[in-house]
Structures are given as C-alpha cells and as structure tokens.
Design a binder for this molecule. Structure first.
Ligand code: DX5
Ligand code: ZN
Length: 213
C-alpha cells in the first residue's frame, strides 16, 4: 500500500528535518485548512513551494477549504502533483472544477466527510484520479478511525471493478496498523497517516509497517 504521511502534527519549528524524517514515503500529504471549511487553519501554498525544494515525493494536496476553485492555480504552480477538494465545499460545477485541476496537468481527487453518502460521488467517478475517504471529521489529527469509512471504501472498490474505472482510493484519519489493514482489505490503495508516524522516533519503520499492512 502507498503511505502518504501528513505532517499536520510535525514540529513546524524544525520543518526541514521533520520532512527529511519521512522521506522514505513515496507520497507527502498536505493538509490545507482555511479555518472556515474546518475550524482550524494550517498553512497555504507557500509551504508546498518551500518543501518542493527539499522533497522529490509525490505531493498529495488535500484542500479542506471553502471555494477551492479560487486556490487551484496557486497550489498547482507551488508544486502539487494531485489536488483533492471537498465535494461539500463546491457549490460551483464539480465537473468544471475537475477540468480546471486537470488543465494544470496534475491529478484530481475529491474527498467526502464522514456524513456525506459515498453515492454522492457517482456522477464524478469516471473523471477522477482519486477519491479521498475521510475516516475522521476533517480539522485535526489524532482522532479515532470512524468504522463507516470501511463500507465506503468497499463500495468504491466494487464500483471501480464493475465499471472498469481507474481512480485510486485513499483514506485519511485515525490510521494505525490495525485500521490500515482494515482499509487495505476493503480496497484502499493509499493511507494518510499523521500521528501514527509522527508519534514514533523511528519513522522509517512506521512507514514500512503501514506499507506492508
Ligand atoms: C484531518 C486530517 C488528518 C490527518 C491525519 O483533517 O486530514 O486526518 O491528515 O491525522 P491522523 O493520522 O493523526 O489521524
Ligand atoms: Zn488530509
């Protein structure tokens, strides 16, 4: 499985070495929060631009922001390889937002919160590179995995097979060894993990454990 470490709970006063400590992961997860779509504020595209200079990982940008259409170009030019926006944040035309992301020759994902039915994604699945299932209420790290996420993963895996679609399934929130195994068994391809990795001294081993979950 691919591991996309979220450095939400990293020591921001020593960010370069924190990023260095998770260089073994193929992906790097950016939890962008605007303090409006979710209660917390984290950082903006400048962090993406800065880390692009010290990392060759795949930049997996998770926008937990209102009006994501206004931010796509900034994150694309800062170095995002994939931009995921929230279905609940788009009152504009979702298809045109997907097209906007792809117009920068990067991948596009949509994320849904725990209370959003997975069926709401059906009209867009054929256009997407990735679906991000939130297994916690977005807004902070260190929460417990919400079991309903597992059914959503299984639904998406089945739908993908039946319809020969190519989107990847990513899950974000409360990921540890046990929940990573549950998510992988249900069909997840990528797991986002913050506290499980940053809570450990030996982060390389923590990442390897999740990769083999
Ligand atoms: C929630 C964030 C977190 C973070 C991972 O908005 O998206 O899910 O990435 O945090 P942990 O792994 O600590 O739950
Ligand atoms: Zn995230």
């Amino acid at each position: 499985m691919i591991v996309s470490p979220s450095f939400l709970t990293a020591d921001f006063t020593d960010l370069d070495s924190e990023i260095n400590s998770i260089q073994f992961a193929k992906w790097l997860h950016f939890d962008v929060m605007d303090g409006r779509f979710v209660p917390n504020y984290t950082y903006n595209e400048e962090i993406v631009r800065r880390i692009k200079h010290i990392s060759s990982q795949f930049f997996d940008v998770h926008l937990m922001i209102e009006s994501p259409e206004k931010a796509i170009s900034a994150y694309a030019s800062a170095g995002a390889d994939l931009i995921t926006f929230h279905l609940e944040a788009t009152n504009n035309n979702v298809i045109s937002l997907i097209k906007l992301v792809k117009s920068f020759n990067i991948q596009c994902g949509i994320s849904i919160k725990p209370n959003t039915p997975v069926e709401d994604l059906i009209p867009y699945l054929a256009e997407l590179d990735l679906i991000l299932i939130m297994s916690v209420e977005p807004g902070q790290g260190g929460q417990k995995y919400i079991a309903d996420a597992t059914e959503k993963i299984a639904f998406l895996a089945k739908y993908r097979e039946l319809n020969q679609l190519k989107y990847k399934i990513e899950v974000d929130g409360g990921i540890n060894l046990e929940t990573a195994q549950i998510a992988h068994l249900a069909g997840a391809d990528i797991v986002v993990a913050g506290s499980f990795i940053f809570g450990r001294k030996d982060r390389k081993t923590a990442i390897k454990e999740l990769e083999n979950a």
